[in-house]
Design a protein around this ligand. Structure first.
Ligand code: NCD
Length: 320
C-alpha cells in the first residue's frame, strides 16, 4: 500500500510495489477514461527550486489527467525563499494547501529533510546530484514496455555518471533485478561515485565494467542510457568545457550497435545525441517522455490512495 508514503529514492519502493506501479501505468495507458476523475478535488504542489521542463510539466499533466489540480512555482526567485524562508518552513506551509508535494532542489538530501516535516507525501523530483526516483520509474516502465523485461539486460550508462542523478537512481533500481550487467562509459573525471560501486553493485553481486570509448562498448548493449554533462554541478567552467563533448552518439556509432538496442536519455539533450539519431527506430527517448507522464499518474494516484487499482488479476482470478 503506497497511500501516504514519501518517495525519496528508488529503495523506498519494493520490487513488488514497483511492479504494481508499472501494471497500474499500463492499465492507465490502456483505459485512460477510467482514471480521468480519480483525483477530483485533490491538489498536487510542484515546488521547483531548480529548472525543469519535463519533470514539472509531466507531474502537472499527470495530475490534470487524473482530474486533480496543481499549484506551485517553477522558479524559486518567485517564492519566499528569496526573503530567506527555510525549506522546512516552505514545506510546512505548502503541506497545509496540498495533498502531495513534488519537489526539486539543488541540495542533496533536501527531499528527505522535507519528508521529515511534511504532513503530506513528498515526491523527490531530483535532489542535487543524488537521486531522481520518478525518472527511474519512467525509465523502468519504458524498458519493460520495449524489452518486455527488466532483468538479464546489459545496460550502458554513458556520459556524466558522477553528477547525473538519473544514473544513480537507475543503477540502484536495476541492480535489484537479477542478471543485469552494467557498462560504465565515462571520462575518468566523471566516473560513477564510489558509493554506487561499493554499496550498490558489490553487495548485490552486480557485474560491471568501465570503459572510456563508446565505440568499444556499444555493440554489446541492450540499452544505452545517454546523459548530459551536468554543467550546473561543476565547480569551474574550464572543467565543464573540457568534458562537455566527451561523447556524441551519431549515426556512425549507431552502425556499430545491435538491431535491438534501445537508446534512452532522460533529457534535456545538449549535443550528446546528434539529431540524426532521432529517426532511428532504436531511439526511444521521446517515447520515454510519454511513459513518464503515465508513470507519474500511477504514482500520484497510488500515494493519494485513489487509484482504485487492486492489482493485475491472474488467470485464476487471484491478485498478482
Ligand atoms: C534530468 C534531471 O533533471 O536530472 N532531467 C529530467 O528530469 N528528465 C537529467 C538532466 O537534467 O540532465
Amino acid at each position: 500500500m503506497l497511500k501516504g508514503r514519501h518517495l525519496i529514492e528508488p529503495g523506498n519502493l519494493s520490487i513488488e510495489e514497483l511492479e504494481g506501479l508499472f501494471d497500474l501505468a499500463e492499465d492507465i495507458i490502456a483505459s485512460p477514461a477510467k482514471y480521468s476523475e480519480v483525483c477530483r478535488g485533490k491538489v498536487l504542489a510542484t515546488l521547483f527550486f531548480e529548472p525543469s521542463t519535463r519533470t514539472r510539466l509531466s507531474f502537472e499533466a499527470a495530475m490534470q489527467r487524473l482530474g486533480g489540480s496543481t499549484l506551485g512555482f517553477a522558479d524559486p526567485g518567485a517564492s519566499s525563499t528569496t526573503k530567506g524562508e527555510s525549506l522546512v518552513d516552505t514545506i510546512r506551509t505548502v503541506s497545509c494547501y496540498a495533498d502531495a508535494i513534488a519537489m526539486r532542489n539543488p541540495k542533496e538530501g533536501a527531499a528527505l529533510l522535507a519528508s521529515q516535516v511534511s504532513e503530506v507525501p513528498i515526491i523527490n523530483a531530483g535532489d542535487g546530484g543524488h537521486h531522481h526516483p520518478t525518472q527511474t520509474i519512467t525509465d523502468l516502465l519504458t524498458i519493460r514496455a520495449i524489452k518486455g523485461k527488466t532483468q538479464g539486460l546489459t545496460i550502458g550508462l554513458c556520459g556524466d555518471l558522477k553528477f547525473g542523478r538519473t544514473v544513480h537512481s537507475l543503477a540502484k533500481a536495476m541492480s535489484r533485478y537479477p542478471r543485469n550487467r552494467f557498462v560504465l562509459i565515462s571520462p575518468p573525471e566523471l566516473e560513477i561515485p564510489d558509493y554506487i560501486v561499493n554499496r550498490v553493485f558489490k553487495p548485490a553481486g552486480v557485474q560491471f565494467t568501465q570503459v572510456r570509448r563508446l565505440e568499444e562498448a556499444i555493440g554489446d548493449l541492450d540499452i544505452l542510457y545517454m546523459t548530459r554533462v551536468q554543467k550546473e554541478r561543476f565547480f569551474n567552467e574550464q572543467d565543464y568545457v573540457r568534458l562537455k563533448d566527451s561523447y556524441i552518439l551519431d549515426a556512425e556509432k549507431m552502425r556499430l550497435a545491435r538491431a535491438d538496442l534501445t537508446v534512452l536519455h532522460p533529457l534535456p539533450r545538449v549535443n550528446e545525441i546528434a539529431t540524426e539519431v532521432d529517426s532511428d527506430p532504436r531511439a526511444a527517448y521521446f517515447r520515454q517522455v510519454k511513459y513518464g507522464m503515465y508513470a507519474r499518474m500511477a504514482l500520484i494516484s497510488s500515494l493519494l490512495g485513489v487509484s482504485g487499482w487492486e492489482g493485475k488479476k491472474s488467470a485464476g482470478g487471484k491478485k498478482k
